[in-house]
Design a binder for this molecule. Sequence first.
Ligand code: OSB
Ligand code: MG
Length: 411
Amino acid sequence: MIVEAVELFHVRLPLVFPFETSFGREDDKDCLLVRVEAGGRAGWGEVSTMPAPLYNEETNATAWHVLADFLIPALLGKDVRPGDLPDRFRAIRRHHMAKAGLEAALWDLQAQEQGTSLARALGGTRDRIEVGVSLGIEPALGELLDRVDRFLPQGYRRVKLKIKPGWDVEVVRAVRRHFGDIGLQVDANSAYTLADAPVFRAMDDEGLLMIEQPLAEDDIVDHAQLQAQLKTPICLDESIVTPDDARKALDLGSCRVINVKQARLGGVTNAVRVHDLCQRRGVPVWCGGMLETGVGRALNLALASLPNFSLPADLSASDRYFEQDIIDPPVSLGPDGTIAVPDGVGLGFRVLEDRIGRVTLRHARFKATRGRPAGSARPGKTAARRRPEPEGGRAPGATRRPGEPGRRPPG
Ligand code: OSB
Ligand code: MG
């Protein structure tokens, strides 16, 4: 497909309740969306960056910069396939979430072009995904117990608790005491060091499904030492940013489970590679989340339909995150704790462009240059000139549709 135009949207949607992790608190889903036009169709992707570099090193601002000045100019006017992007972008180091958002939009387009669902285009085999709910750190234990009590009856297959020093063993024990034999796991987002091994040994008898990312994101050596002291599987999230990282962590014994997030891995192509590697080695994976909007969630549902995604996903219903999602219909949970994999063409949901317009803080459109060889847009200069609006040019609540002709720059 020839990439004719790309649009970026910086969006902010209020979360139904704040989400606190060991690295910080989020009140809104504040990220970028990418819309790519090719062959008379439009594909959508999500860039899972956040305002601050707390989960990984990227931010919304770095992703905007790298997309506008490097990644988008490298694709405009070119004939590309989503599976080629890791190779095409090899020279541009890291910036995985920026790359993943663009690749996501191309996967949507490719599935549309093939007249099939994204799940089918990726080789998915399931039509429903077992899912769990990820619950943040609360001001007090009572509030967390109330949250678990609200979500469990909805059918979620397991609960993931965010932990940090001072909010760990006692919290896990209390949830166990209250709710008995539920599927339970914890996620530390790198808040501990090997010196905290006693904390994890104390949790080791609580029957946790896994302990996610206890130690530093760049430390698979200490994770191997910790894993050797525990019965509970360690699951790595932040530490695995390439397929090679997955191989090394498995070789070292740093984990027994991997959380596959296509955003962190730089796109679906590499996520599928990690899935396949783990499948060959008998290591289960599950689909992680970043509190995605419906656009990112639709892609994650398709990805999670691959066969080795054998543990419940961090993919909850739209109403766990937002009052109003940006896709139609919203994602809903079945009483058996599963979510249907969409079987419509592409993402399988209608992307609500009007609603996206209302939550957009900044928008830009980049077009293949006319009168010059296709795709010769120079990074930086041309991209900057094409930005139709100054930074922050669109107030939340604006009602114009994104991509409306009147808003495009002349020429
Ligand atoms: O570590 O898995 C994580 C959200 C933001 C950043 C990191 C993480 C998360 C989640 C969200 O746990 C899970 C979800 O999307 O429901
Ligand atoms: Mg995690």
